[in-house]
Write a protein that binds this ligand. Structure first.
Ligand SMILES: *Cc1c(COP(=O)(O)O)cnc(C)c1O
Length: 381
């Protein structure tokens, strides 16, 4: 996976390093009314929908903006104004979803579990059985704040069994972790252009169950985030309701071509898994310790404990690794000091090996001989 530019490799979970063919697709201008552009949109929607096997049950509704815009649109369109949403939280993106639902005026209940443990479907069963007013459940598939993978299939079956509707934030898992709309019932699953599909950021999309979305007219309290209107307008006119990010859409089409040429979701997962293994093995040799148990860790982004050594500061560490060509990601946990490294993007095991080497050289420059984190260092003492 040659990086044809001198740009640093982004080890961040979006924006991420894209293929040259994806970047090159952005070198043309397109009219948003033009039928050629609208044909691109239609093909992108079809191909995205096929990745979750949703052609016979769901529709793909794209929306301008970062990932959060699409999550907000899904919640605001699916949950009626007087609806009651249960949000399953084990990290920052779960908290964000609960917050936006509350701001949209929905009644929200939060079930919060520890950040280092997956949501348990048994808890979902109990909470739904105890409160018939909950009509919708929302869950984050891969909670990117840690990298934890929640058991989506189990949760989806439980929500369906109790006759409620499910909204899934699958931003950082879609196109890498398998998701099948037939095996895993969901009413809306939200993803975006700038993560595992390896396009540029700027377009979100919602896979909505057609029969559910048909009943959602008038739910939205926002004009621009009304997914129902966006869908209806696109069905009627083939156009986007408001100005589309044309360059992002055509780059997403190029990214989809690369995705299919690579072998689709399975091949992508296999490559990310190799990236993850090279990273974790190399970092462990330097003394770094991962935050999550391997059994619940997705091969998407890895949270590492910060070294205990007093010479460590994330800012200095980050700057020095960046000067060697790799962009790391700060931690997002409140109680322990961590940082994160993404395994996704148009990169392979070679880039991960080089990244580990850059970290090794950085530690040497900072005079840190062992990257062991605090707890283990103090236990050993
Ligand atoms: C990236 C991401 C988002 C949205 O992030 P934006 O900053 O709006 O792009 C939402 N949920 C998850 C799980 C994510 O990984």
């Amino acid at each position: 996976m040659a990086n044809a530019s001198r740009d640093p490799i982004l080890l961040t979970p979006g924006p991420l390093t894209t293929a040259l063919s994806t970047k090159a697709a952005m070198l043309r201008d397109w009219g948003s009314w033009d039928s050629n552009f609208n044909a691109v949109t239609a093909r992108v929607r079809e191909r995205l929908l096929a990745i979750v096997n949703g052609q016979s049950t769901h529709v793909c509704v794209p929306l301008q903006g970062s990932c959060t815009f699409a999550v907000e649109a899904a919640v605001n369109t699916l949950v009626p104004r007087d609806g009651h949403l249960l949000v399953l939280v084990n990290g920052a993106y779960g908290h964000r979803l609960a917050k936006l639902a509350g701001l949209m005026g929905r009644r929200v209940s939060v079930h919060e579990g520890p950040e280092d443990q997956a949501i348990r479907s048994g808890d979902v069963a109990r909470l739904l059985a105890a409160d018939a007013s909950i009509g919708h459940v929302a869950v984050i598939h891969c909670e990117t704040s840690t990298g934890i993978l929640n058991p989506l299939a189990e949760i989806a079956r439980e929500v369906a069994r109790q006759g409620r509707k499910l909204i899934v934030d699958a931003m950082s898992s879609f196109a890498a972790v398998p998701i099948d709309a037939h095996a895993t019932p969901f009413d809306a699953l939200v993803a975006s252009s700038g993560k595992c599909i390896e396009g540029p950021p700027g377009v979100g999309f919602v896979f909505a169950r057609r029969s559910t979305l048909e009943g959602c007219a008038g739910h939205s309290t926002s004009l621009s985030l009304d997914l129902y209107d966006q869908w209806q307008y696109m069905e009627k006119t083939t156009q986007w309701r408001y100005t589309p990010p044309t360059h992002v859409v055509v780059a997403l089409a190029a990214a989809l071509e690369a995705f299919e040429a690579e072998g689709g979701q399975q091949a992508r997962l296999a490559r990310y898994t190799r990236n993850y293994e090279v990273l974790v093995r190399g970092m462990a040799e330097l003394g770094f310790r991962v935050f999550l148990a391997p059994s619940i860790q997705a091969p998407i982004i890895v949270t590492f404990h910060a070294p205990a050594d007093a010479r460590y500061s994330f800012r200095d560490f980050y700057d020095r690794v960046r000067d060697k060509g790799f962009i790391l990601y700060p931690g997002k946990l409140t109680k322990v000091e961590t940082f994160r490294v993404g395994c996704i993007g148009a990169i392979g095991p070679d880039e991960m090996r080089h990244a580990v080497n850059a970290v090794r050289d950085t530690l040497a420059e900072m005079g840190i001989r062992d990257a062991q984190p605090r707890e283990r260092a103090s236990k050993a003492a």
